[in-house]
Design a protein. Structure first.
Length: 182
């Protein structure tokens, strides 16, 4: 099978189920940003040495693929039941990981500056791309039925990236730098 199909040369792309939409459609923008986020998470994985933590990020990447296909498949599509969608278990998984990492971190008393160890800096980048994806999915949810879980998952995932960035700094011997208003 060839990588290129030429079917998108007119500025349209296909959703799962066959519908064709413009490439600047809100749905495409939303799941395209999920794809971008997945690439950033792949970049983070390049900077993490611990196998358990890279496995954790790989799990997140798999869920991001699920979320992308979820968003690429309208709920009223004839193929809607063939797509793995984000579940409340996926949200709970993130919450458990956040709670575990947070229990090992000092209490947060102020805003912190993104940076520190390269893995932490990239996790902060993932957090901001995740927030952008969340905003796009919220916008999509105002015109398309997508369910509540994509927004909930992205909200929690952003918290996960923030907590993981702090955790990555700690395990690599870096101290978070607090924001000062001076």
């Amino acid at each position: 099978m060839k990588l290129y199909t030429k079917t998108g040369d007119s500025g349209k792309t296909g959703l799962f189920g066959g519908d064709r939409v413009r490439k600047d459609h809100q749905r495409i923008d939303a799941y395209g940003t999920i794809d971008e986020l997945n690439s950033v998470v792949g970049l983070v994985r390049c900077h993490i040495k611990d196998a358990e933590l890279t496995d954790l990020l790989q799990t997140v990447q798999n869920r991001l693929f699920d979320l992308g296909s979820d968003l690429a498949t309208p709920l009223n599509s004839k193929h809607a039941d063939k797509v793995k969608r984000i579940s409340s278990d996926d949200v709970t998984f993130l919450e458990l990981k956040i709670d575990h990492m947070q229990s090992k971190l000092p209490e947060l008393r102020n805003f912190i500056l993104p940076g520190g160890h390269p893995s932490a800096a990239y996790l902060h980048l993932a957090r901001t791309v995740c927030r952008r994806a969340e905003r796009l999915v919220v916008t999509l949810s105002e015109t398309e039925q997508i369910g509540d879980l994509p927004v909930i998952y992205l909200n929690r995932l952003s918290d996960f990236f923030f907590c993981f960035a702090r955790f990555a700094n700690q395990i690599n011997g870096f101290t978070d730098i607090e924001w000062t208003n001076k």
